[in-house]
Design a binder for this molecule. Structure first.
Ligand code: ZN
Length: 464
């Protein structure tokens, strides 16, 4: 058996691991590279394997950095099956369609410039038609905790990763040609504990080999309670200055979690008089999927909330679908909370809002999710004084907040707790993290569990 790390190694995007069990070839995720131009140029590199030889893609969840290259994989010959949970399948449809639209818009813009320069046409990374073709490859969804046979002697189980709706970690049991079965565990992205909507990650079974994400391998998050208090403080201080609050947020989970938080504040009458805009057609559609799969959410009052006809809704909230409505928000100078994508400010409507509000010292930008290297979001949290948006230099005078307690990712104590259930695996590979996080997690695993982990390198192949 062999593992090759085709993405998500020594970085947080482009997740893609090839597992070869004799002639069976399985990809765990096939994600988009996101971040700097250099990183994103990898989306155009040839896959490091023939797509037509892949039998299965096991998709851990619907985030673009895990599913975003599937349409290219299908275009280049993948004819196997994509396996995932039902919510992941529905959310992936939305996320890929939105991604295709962004790639088509980007290509159209580049083509205008190219034509003026006398150059040839530039095609998008993939288009909507290719997304639709890739949706045909999705097999019947797999329920969490159900064991299925992938091939003779290879059993698969998806377990709740507690990361975003439908997210799973992967347990494989390989018995073919072996005296003792080999148990493989792939974390995908693991969730933070104590979230409002999705449950904590399930405990994995003991494993011989673990591939573990490391996004927040170097830190401990503040509690949800403290994070909600901090968000409320950010909102009140900003409104007292006469400004607006911008929250760059991924359409999936962060936006719904924020709405649940704001709804709680509203119910407790701790909510200031203001307007809240969910300015993201994708987030609005994803919110509907949450309502459809409320059995995947926490069995408490939030689940009841998701089942009500006005899920996540309260009087101050406006769902903004059209770009004309979105532009109207620019005329509001204060007492507005604007939630818009993308979460790392790499595109989407948040860019328009940043252009209009970032230079205003009375405003705030509140980051609630991970900001990958090379993204505009990362430059802002690292204290850039000016940034370029749509070719214009914009001064950064708004107050920048980072509240990691809302993160969809486990922190170091959470990762160690989850890993400890694997009971001293012979091999541990760390992926999906930047170097400081990977190093800190490797050291913590050694110090706290006494186990040795290896930081996987891009394109590295290991015998297992
Ligand atoms: Zn994720």
């Amino acid at each position: 058996m062999k593992l090759t790390f085709h993405g998500g190694a020594k970085t947080v995007t482009g997740s893609c691991i090839l597992l070869q069990i004799n002639k069976l070839r399985i990809l765990i995720d096939c994600g988009l590279w996101q971040g700097s131009e250099e990183i994103e140029s990898r989306n155009w590199l040839p896959f490091g394997f023939p797509p037509s030889k892949i039998d299965y893609v096991i998709l851990t969840h619907a985030h673009l950095d895990h599913c975003g290259l599937i349409p290219r994989l299908v275009r280049e010959g993948f004819a196997g099956e994509i396996l995932c949970t039902e919510p992941t399948r529905d959310l992936t449809r939305l996320i890929l369609a939105d991604s295709a639209q962004l790639h088509e818009e980007e290509a159209a813009l580049l083509n205008k410039k190219e034509r003026r320069r006398g150059g040839g046409p530039i095609r998008p990374l993939y288009d909507l038609e290719e997304v639709l073709a890739s949706l045909d490859r999705f097999a019947d969804p797999i329920p969490l905790n159900k064991t299925i046979d992938l091939a003779p002697g290879v059993k698969l189980q998806l377990r709740d990763a507690g990361h975003v709706l439908g997210a799973a970690f992967v347990q494989l049991r390989v018995t073919e040609g072996r005296k003792r079965p080999k148990r493989l565990l792939f974390s995908g992205d693991l969730g933070n504990t104590d979230k409002l909507l999705t449950p904590d990650p399930a405990e994995p079974e003991p494993a011989d080999l673990v591939v573990l994400e490391s996004t927040y391998g170097e830190r401990a998050h503040r509690s949800m309670r403290d994070s909600i208090a901090e968000l409320r403080q950010a909102i009140l201080l900003t409104f007292a200055r006469g400004g607006n609050v911008l929250i760059p947020s991924s359409a999936l989970e962060r936006s719904q979690e924020l709405l649940a938080v704001l709804f709680q504040l509203y119910k407790r009458k701790e909510f200031p008089g203001c307007q809240v805009f969910l300015d993201s057609p994708l987030a609005i559609s994803a919110t509907k999927v949450f309502r459809r799969y409320s059995e995947y959410l926490k069995p408490d009052e939030v689940q009841a909330l998701a089942q009500s006809p006005n899920a996540f809704d309260f009087p101050a909230l406006r769902f903004v679908r059209s770009s004309a409505e979105s532009k109207v928000i620019n005329s509001i100078s204060s007492h507005a909370i604007i939630i818009a994508g993308s979460g790392m400010c790499t595109g989407g409507r948040i860019l328009h809002h940043l252009k209009h509000q970032l230079w205003r010292p009375e405003c705030s930008v509140v980051f609630v999710g991970y900001q990958a290297e090379g993204t505009l979001g990362r430059r802002l949290i690292e204290g850039a004084r000016t940034v370029r948006i749509f070719g214009e230099e914009i001064a950064v005078r708004a107050q920048i907040w980072t509240i990691n307690g809302f993160s969809a990712h486990a922190d170091q104590p959470g990762l160690l707790r989850w890993l400890s259930h694997a009971q001293k695996p012979a091999q541990i590979f760390l992926v999906h993290g930047e170097m400081p996080s990977l190093m800190a997690l490797k050291q913590a695993i050694h110090a706290k569990l006494g186990w040795t982990a290896h930081i996987a390198d891009w394109k590295e192949t290991v015998e297992i």
